[in-house]
Write a protein that binds this ligand. Structure first.
Ligand code: SF4
Length: 191
C-alpha cells in the first residue's frame, strides 16, 4: 500500500486532474467529450477497427451510449456508416470531410501543442510511462490495448505478400500508412 502523498499518489492525482481538465475542455463545438473521442478514434483506427463494436471496446462504454453518440455524429454529418461487404450485419464507419475538417479544431490540440514543446527524451519517457500504465490498467479489466499496428506480433514488415506490409492474423495486405494506425486485434510483441 502506498503512503499518503507518496510520489505514486501525486502522479495519480496529476493524471486525474489532467483528465478532468481535458474532459471539461472537450465540451466544444456542440459536441460532448465522448463524441470527440469517437471522432479521434475513427481518424486513427485501421480499416478493420472502424466499427461500432470496436469503438465500444475502445471507449469501454455501453453499446447503447456509443450507438447514441454515433447517431448524433451521423446526424451532424461528421461520420458516415456503410454496410460492411464482408459482414453485412455490421456497418463500417468513417469520418466525412466535414468530420475531418472539424478535427482541425479539436480541443485536445491545445494540449498537443504543449506536449510538442517537450520533444526528444522527455516526450519518449512520458510516452513509455503512460503506455505502460494504460496497458496495465486495461489489462486488469480484461480490455484490449488498441496499440499501433507496427508494434503488433502479427505485423510482418515488408512481407512478400504485403503492400508493403502484411497482417499474419487477418491475412491482409497493409499499406505504409496503416503501420501507425491503431487496431482492435493488436497484440503487442513481447520484449
Ligand atoms: S498486424 Fe496486428 S495490429 Fe496490424 S492489422 Fe494485423 S492484427 Fe491488427
Amino acid at each position: 500500500m502506498e503512503m499518503k502523498n507518496s510520489p505514486a499518489q501525486h502522479i495519480a492525482a496529476l493524471i486525474e486532474r489532467i483528465g478532468r481538465l481535458l474532459s471539461t475542455e472537450a465540451h466544444a463545438e456542440g459536441l460532448l467529450p465522448v463524441q470527440w473521442e469517437a471522432l479521434r478514434y475513427l481518424d486513427k483506427a485501421n480499416r478493420f477497427s472502424r466499427t461500432a463494436a470496436a469503438l465500444t471496446a475502445y471507449l469501454g462504454l455501453t453499446k447503447g451510449t456509443v450507438s447514441q453518440s454515433l447517431n448524433t455524429l451521423e446526424a451532424k454529418g461528421l461520420v458516415k456508416k456503410l454496410v460492411n461487404r464482408k459482414d453485412r450485419r455490421s456497418k463500417h464507419l468513417s469520418l466525412t470531410a466535414k468530420g475531418q475538417k472539424l478535427l482541425l479544431r479539436d480541443p485536445l490540440n491545445v494540449t498537443v501543442a504543449v506536449l510538442d514543446e517537450l520533444e526528444g527524451v522527455p516526450q519518449r519517457t512520458l510516452t513509455t510511462a503512460l503506455e505502460s500504465l494504460l496497458t496495465s490498467r486495461l489489462g486488469a479489466q480484461g480490455r484490449q490495448p488498441f496499440g499501433q499496428c507496427r508494434d503488433c506480433c502479427y505485423f510482418a514488415n515488408r512481407h512478400p505478400k504485403g503492400n508493403p506490409h502484411y497482417c499474419q492474423l487477418l491475412g491482409e495486405k497493409l499499406a505504409e500508412s496503416e503501420a501507425a494506425a491503431i487496431c482492435f486485434e493488436q497484440t503487442t510483441k513481447r520484449a
